[in-house]
Design a protein around this ligand. Structure first.
Ligand code: COA
Length: 157
């Protein structure tokens, strides 16, 4: 983990935090897959009760973020992204573990997520203890026209 990395949690409609997340969003997601959200999608999700956005910051620079929604005792990791120039240094793991820790303190019983089968993030989720619970064949259509499976994972908290 990077020395000095700070994880900052935001709830409700914090425009500055949303803009910071968007600055990473635009760099982090490969346009080939069309997985990045736009600002209005992000703002809409953050306006919902039970959603939170965690920013990973080093000094003033925002290097990554995670977006989670929760309802009653269930949660879903919706997005996890790290600036491409800062990958492989533990920021993604730190964000994921912080979301898991916060969910636990809130009495949330499980965390779900869904990810494209050929995404390297599957390794991170498995290493963190998520169980593969379902496969949706040919679920995602990339901008390249190719179909890819979606994998659903669950972590009991
Ligand atoms: C997935 C993502 C958030 C990981 O962020 P990161 O900061 O690089 O992650 P970490 O450094 O904490 O690595 C965590 C684990 O992921 C795996 N991993 C991450 N990048 C990897 C790579 N390029 N090659 C192989 N394994 C990799 C490893 O298992 C690693 O653990 P290890 O170092 O103990 O082996 C980042 O790659 C990303 O932003 N991807 C684009 C957005 C995306 O697709 N998000 C997921 C779906 S929402």
């Amino acid at each position: 983990m990077i020395h000095g990395l700070v994880l900052e949690r935001h709830e409700q409609s914090d425009r500055k935090a949303q803009a910071a997340a968007m600055s990473v969003m635009d760099k982090a997601f490969d346009p080939a897959f069309g997985e990045a959200w736009n600002l209005s999608q992000l703002a809409g999700m953050m306006a919902m009760h039970g959603s939170w956005l965690t920013l990973a910051k080093l000094d003033a620079a925002v290097l990554g973020f995670a977006l989670v929604r929760s309802i009653f005792d269930e949660s879903e990791l919706l997005l996890l992204a790290v600036d491409p120039g800062w990958r492989g240094r533990g920021i993604g793991s730190a964000l994921l573990n912080d979301c898991i820790a916060l969910a636990r303190t809130r009495g949330i019983a499980m965390m779900h997520l869904e990810v494209r089968a050929d995404n390297i993030a599957t390794k991170l989720y498995k290493n963190t203890g998520f169980l593969h619970v379902n496969t949706r064949p040919d679920y995602y259509r990339g901008n390249d026209g190719k179909l890819r499976d979606a994998l659903s994972y669950r972590l009991d908290l």
